[in-house]
Design a protein. Structure first.
Length: 87
């Protein structure tokens, strides 16, 4: 729990009131490059500058942009391209 917190948690297994902070950034071009994604995530985390003792969870999400070329969705194409080849 949070030091000095006196109110019981609102839900079983909870730890009380939480701050919900959200930040976003755009990558300059579509990429699967792990280093580029890590740079962006690290910069966002540094911008929030949370107190490490108060962190209870962190999430990272990606939004895929579909330029709209008709046919199947951009997400479907990306998933097919990312799938391992059939043996």
């Amino acid at each position: 729990g949070v030091p000095g917190w006196v109110e019981p948690p609102w839900k079983k297994g909870g730890h009380g009131i939480c701050d919900d902070v959200s930040r976003s950034c755009a990558v300059p071009r579509p990429t699967r490059e792990q280093a580029a994604l890590l740079r962006g995530a690290t910069q966002l985390f540094d911008d929030v500058a949370p107190d490490p003792q108060r962190i209870r969870g962190i999430g990272l999400a990606a939004r895929l942009h579909d330029s709209g070329g008709g046919g199947s969705s951009g997400l479907a194409r990306w998933l097919r391209a990312s799938a391992p080849a059939a043996a």
